[in-house]
Design a binder for this molecule. Sequence first.
Ligand code: HEM
Length: 144
Amino acid sequence: MVRAALIWLAIGFTFGGLMLADASVPGNWRAWFAPTHGHVLFVGWFLQFAVGVAYWLLPRKRTDIAPLGYNERTAFLSFIFLNIGLVIRVVAEPAPRIGYMSSGIDEMLIVSAIAHVGAIGIVVVQLWGRVTPRPVRRKNREST
Ligand code: HEM
């Protein structure tokens, strides 16, 4: 997730650069990619980076059936849902802005939204139990 977030960061900044240089490069990048640039950076970069670090660093309750402290396959499913959903959005969102009208665009955006809601559902359920207060460590006063 953290590496995928870094890839989306690079893609999002590239879109941002093209939008910034809109007047000097062929195309109409601001009109085509403004919301997509926002989604790539907020969902692909910010959100995914935070979620990846949360899976990595939040306290784990390791068991024999979940040695990592969470079900890795289910977590991987949320990674797939998040990133496939975003790829679909990156294709479908600018398409009508560029002038490509197709009856499938709305359906693609719906699939993307469902994938994202599914991904976040998994993340919330898996991380909820890992948010616990740390046990208080008492100083051993006798040894000082
Ligand atoms: C994490 C960093 C960033 C985030 C979260 C972000 C997010 C956004 C959002 C939400 C919008 C509005 C999209 C809309 O109108 O629908 C936007 C617009 C824009 N962003 Fe970014 N952005 C980031 C970094 C950058 C960078 C690095 C550049 C340039 C290299 C850039 C260039 C632009 C431009 C040119 C616009 C359009 C402004 C306009 O036409 O009003 N952004 N950005």
